[in-house]
Design a protein around this ligand. Sequence first.
Ligand SMILES: C[S@@+](CC[C@H](N)C(=O)[O-])C[C@H]1O[C@@H](n2cnc3c(N)ncnc32)[C@H](O)[C@@H]1O
Ligand SMILES: Nc1nc2[nH]cc(C(=O)O)c2c(=O)[nH]1
Ligand code: SF4
Ligand SMILES: [Mg+2]
Length: 221
Amino acid sequence: MYTIKEFFSTLQGEGTHAGRVAVFCRFTGCNLWSGREVDRENAQCRFCDTDFVGTDGNLGGKYQTAAELADIIEKEWLSMNPSESHRYVVFTGGEPLLQLDQDLISALHQKSFEIGVETNGTIKPPNGIDWLCVSPKDGTELLCLVADEIKYVVPQFHGEIDKKAIIQRLKRFENMNFKNFYLQPMDGPHRDLHLEFAIAICKERPKWRLSIQQHKYINLP
Ligand SMILES: C[S@@+](CC[C@H](N)C(=O)[O-])C[C@H]1O[C@@H](n2cnc3c(N)ncnc32)[C@H](O)[C@@H]1O
Ligand SMILES: Nc1nc2[nH]cc(C(=O)O)c2c(=O)[nH]1
Ligand code: SF4
Ligand SMILES: [Mg+2]
């Protein structure tokens, strides 16, 4: 069974595929935060910008089979664009690797979808993902050591202005097997400050490129 918060179609706003049309499937639940505000300050991940609790979003619910989910994703794609090609689905959450399995990957591949995944990197991914984005969270154990992109959020709490310490942390990732390296400014009340901070680090460590969450600037979901 799969528990889904919502489906929506939009442009991917982050990372290498920013600007690309995609159907997003957001799974309910995460292993690093309950999603409840009262638990945020003691969670392993405290800066989350997403509501992934429950099943109350567009077409959210509990689904028994991968085929049902694949049908919804295909319908969502066709409602936006009847074209047969360049089909793209992004599984996110919450933490998608708590639920994404081989059945669901096969069902989407059978419908000619490329499959993107956004993960916090603490769970080993199944085979067959076409684009894996790992976004490590400080203080957690990283188990996804190979990925198409790493997207590290900076800073991970407001007021963490020790650039040297952050760069030290980045150096560890630089030696890992990622194809693309991104810094994403932490959104929240101090987003613009964090944007400047991320740009400053990119200037010092040119291996890293800036990923702004462009959907938020153009009012897309
Ligand atoms: C909501 S998470 C869901 C997928 C997965 N749990 C993860 O953390 O990668 C999707 C992406 O948004 C990023 N993100 C979450 N909160 C953010 C914030 N306040 N500012 C910038 N990026 C954020 C995450 O780091 C991740 O790359
Ligand atoms: N447009 C858009 N792009 C995104 N890329 C990653 C997202 C996420 O929440 O995982 C996201 C999202 O929520 N919206
Ligand atoms: S790991 Fe991802 S979904 Fe979970 S709380 Fe952090 S950003 Fe949100
Ligand atoms: Mg988002």
